[in-house]
Design a protein around this ligand. Sequence first.
Ligand code: CO
Length: 139
Amino acid sequence: MLLTEIDHVAIAVKDLEAAIEYYAKAFGATVDHREVVESDGVEEALLKVAESYVQLLTPTREDSPVAKAIEKRGEGLHHIGYRVDDCQVALDSMLAAGATAIDKAPRPGSRGTTVAFIHPKGSFGTLIELVQENPGADH
Ligand code: CO
């Protein structure tokens, strides 16, 4: 089994502050990590839940894929991040199983991780992110 944990459930929102406040009020959740990922055109707030995260995700520019997703489908579930020991091994395994890669090779993600995205087409309608944590990284 290549998956070691649900790394995060990503929720696309228009107003990051409002979403953080809502999760704080509703659950007493606090922001564990916050980061702008300029290459992806997103800002994220990670709320820790046991060993996993809820990732609140908002676009930082109009041509961001997350902006397009919100435009198309509205706010809500955007992707699921599966934690793996080795992103390349998991990516190769998914491709061998017939998955369609968005990222042809693992690349840097937020909080010092290594990630690869898999297209929902061919993965039963779910945008999948493979997340490898790197020891010694920031978080
Ligand atoms: Co993610």
